[in-house]
Write a protein that binds this ligand. Structure first.
Ligand code: PXG
Length: 454
């Protein structure tokens, strides 16, 4: 991106000279220069060129209550003045973390009343892995170490998080996954369902869990982890038969079930948690992102009472972070949850904006490039294909990236995962803003199709 604005060029030079950006090709970023985002309000971002952009991704799936809420800034400022930091080690605690744990217990599924706080979703999943193994060791079954996860699931970028995740391009760097983590097929009918109906494929994909449990041996399996709806993998909505069959399998074998709620949690599906949406009754839930609407880093692990009862008998859990339950993050999270609750934002998503977004998005099904539109709540995916009937892709053309660039240049952030366009706007998006999002998406699909034909 070459800019005529000297301020933009100055910031881009700082990026080139000093910054290593996450999930980026460092060399390519130097050549192009990053887009500099300078401010935001509601569902809109502004960049250093003065462009106004509709943020169809809520930052990175996190800005639930939208940008620019002074109440969160005020909560942080007040807490920073009163008690900016203290740790939770050595038999100490502070009011914000305790009040937050209670507020989360109040909204979590029944029987999930305890929270271990971390600084991020990845740390939440690292905590999960250690806690699951500790739990089984206390129960006298230390061999139950293996965690079953899914291909193309995303569980973070730490060594354990990336290992739990099923992203092969992450495993390729740094000798992952670590031992004791195995992956099964994902319930991604559009890409992998072949000739099966979605319902048949859902049962087949769920049965992979049982096959893996039997292959590894139930005495060696500690837990199964899954996102209720895979986010970073491409907003993969499992066929209707998937979760019911998984639940049957989980009921049959003595293993823990962990729902990674980092994306689905805090209202994304129109319920507080994806586990509520699918009635999953997990033993643990990883949280982050929407917990603070991304205003400040915080994650955690919500744990079922029966699991806590066992942990209570196990002595020290030798695990924790300097910033576990950070008071400023806790104060911000509390205010964020208060806003979600008092303003009935999730109820509004459920009753109004989710049905509206889902029906408006499906209008794009008539577009020649679109093979499928799917979504739940305020999550949506648009599959880009060469042939609708056979679900055949434009091989090797980078269609998703072409579309993403058109979106950026036309004032819309819509992400590409391969050739799947995905959206997850802030939960406060209005119907008029949804109209704008869908109109811009259609325009960018047209531009992408012309580019492919040109
Ligand atoms: N679990 C899930 C389901 C996530 O989506 C994490 C864990 C890790 O959280 P932290 O806070 O450690 O990043 C995530 C994070 C993408 C993308 O490309 C998604 C995430 C992170 C980075 C990129 O969509 N999700």
């Amino acid at each position: 991106m070459t800019s005529n604005n000297p301020q933009t060029r100055e910031w881009q030079a700082l990026s080139n000279d000093h910054h290593l950006a996450p999930f980026s090709d460092f060399k390519q970023l130097k050549e192009k220069g990053p887009r500099i985002i300078t401010s935001a309000k509601g569902v809109y971002l502004w960049d250093s060129e003065g462009n106004k952009i509709l943020d169809g991704m809520a930052g990175l799936w996190c800005v639930a209550i939208g940008y620019g809420r002074d109440e969160l800034a005020d909560a942080a400022s007040k807490q920073m003045r009163e008690l900016p930091y203290y740790n939770l080690f050595f038999q100490t605690a502070h009011p914000p973390v305790l009040e937050l744990a209670k507020a989360i217990a109040d909204i979590a599924p029944e029987g999930m009343n305890h929270v271990f706080f971390t600084g991020s979703g990845s740390e939440g999943n690292d905590t999960m892995l250690r806690m699951v193994r500790h739990y089984w060791a206390i129960k006298g079954q230390p061999n139950k170490k293996v965690i079953i996860s899914r291909k193309n699931g995303y569980h973070g970028s730490t060594v354990a998080g990336a290992s739990l995740g099923g992203m092969t391009y992450m495993h390729e760097q740094g000798d992952l996954p670590i031992p004791g983590i195995v992956h099964i097929a994902q319930p991604y009918w559009f890409a992998e369902g072949g000739d099966m109906t979605p319902e048949e494929f859902g049962v087949w994909a769920a049965n992979q869990l049982e096959e893996k449990i039997l292959e590894v041996g139930v005495d060696n399996v500690g837990a199964f982890i899954a996102e209720p709806i895979q986010g970073a993998g491409g907003v993969i909505i499992p066929p209707e038969t998937y979760w019911p069959r998984i639940k049957e399998i989980l009921a049959k074998y003595d293993i823990l079930f962990v729902a990674d709620e980092v994306i689905c949690g805090f209202g994304r599906t129109g319920e507080w948690f994806g586990s509520d949406f699918y009635d999953l009754k997990p033993d643990m839930m990883t949280i982050a992102k929407g917990l603070t609407s991304g205003y400040i880093p915080m994650g955690g692990l919500i744990v079922r009472d029966e699991v806590v009862a066992v942990l209570n008998e196990g002595g020290d859990f030798n695990h924790g972070f300097t910033y576990s339950g950070h008071p400023v993050a806790a104060a911000v999270a509390l205010e964020n949850i208060r806003i979600l609750r008092d303003e009935k934002i999730i109820e509004h998503v459920h009753a109004e904006t989710a049905p509206y977004l889902q029906s408006r998005l499906r209008e794009l099904n008539d577009h020649p490039l679109v093979g499928e539109v799917r979504g739940v709540g305020l999550l949506g995916a648009i599959e880009l294909v060469q042939d609708k009937a056979t679900r055949k892709r434009y091989e090797g053309r980078g269609v998703g990236m072409i579309c993403r660039t058109f979106c950026f240049d036309n004032g819309l952030i819509m992400r590409a995962v391969g050739d799947t366009m995905i959206i997850a706007p802030p939960l406060v998006i209005t119907k008029a803003e949804i109209d704008e999002l869908v109109a811009k998406a259609r325009k960018c699909l047209d531009l992408t199709l012309s580019a492919l034909q040109g």
